[in-house]
Ligand binder design. Sequence first.
Ligand SMILES: [Zn+2]
Length: 375
Amino acid sequence: MGFSYNCQATCSQTFARAGVWNTPHGIVETPRFMPVGTLATVKGLTPAQLQTTGAQMILANTYHLHLQPGEAIVEKAGGLHQFMAWKGPILTDSGGFQVFSLSELREIKDSGVTFRSPRDGRIIEITPERSIQIQNALGADVIMAFDECPPANTSRTEVERATQRTYRWLERCINAHQRPQEQALFGIVQGGIYPELRCQAARDLVQLDLPGYAIGGVSVGEKPELIHQIVDITAPLLPPHKPRYLMGVGTYREMAKAVAAGVDLFDCVIPTRFGRHGTAMVQGERWNLKNAQFKEDFRPLDETCSCYTCQHFTRAYLNHLIKSREMLGYILLSLHNIAELIRFTQKMREAILSDRFASEFAYWLKEEDKSLSSF
Ligand SMILES: [Zn+2]
């Protein structure tokens, strides 16, 4: 079975859409949040637990898996699905974002990027060909083009140069890709905060007729208003019969606004990162479970939530676990947080299917009230 995206419904007031995307390891109902499993593990959760959150497609990270254990080991194990025992679809990023975030980045050239490994200090070169070779060996359903991801404060000239290089690298990624039947290669629209660069990049990428498209280089330190603006102008330029993925974004308001612009897929590390810090995401709020107010609160974490955590444990118990730094506390919060973000995208999906999206999500679609600490 290959890849196909079928749009089931569109919103009459926004560009929001609901669809089903077929992949070799199962379907993804969109819009959908994808949990991040950087090192071939969504931190703290077994695949069986992950399944109960409603997770369909998950992410793994090319850069981190290349450093440890190395793609050869994963390939020997039979690929990522076998290695980590996740039967559903998987997406690997190209490593570009991580490599460009490194302080030990040594050199960016047209040929590729060299950097010092933070693990053992050796010099590593990642080229577009190398990134695809690693991702072919890892064997995820979706692989990402190797792109240059400049930080938010980069000048227009530099961003333009990076965007053009990203396009040349994409052509090399397409040529290097050895498993196009089993692995869909997504192109990434770059262009920083500059609308005309974003538009040009989107148009250029669409010409290449790829199986899916991502909007990259957002959430790298720019203001949320700019993320909305970039997504609003980029998403409608992408082909309607292919999935659209906004990389690294997983906050309620940013996801709702992106869905309104026509985006289908999201990923973000916050649900597990918050979980590991004792923070629960409850209906748009952040709760610090260490707080004394939860000490004798014997209600479920979220009374409306059907996740395993909320069905079995009280706020008082979670407060106790987190205060005692018990592993289970972090696991239960991560489980709930992932379920919460997936449910948010599922609710958007249901609302689009019955054309109630614009009214039901009106709160999240308006600009943020700066007096509130929502996120
Ligand atoms: Zn829950």
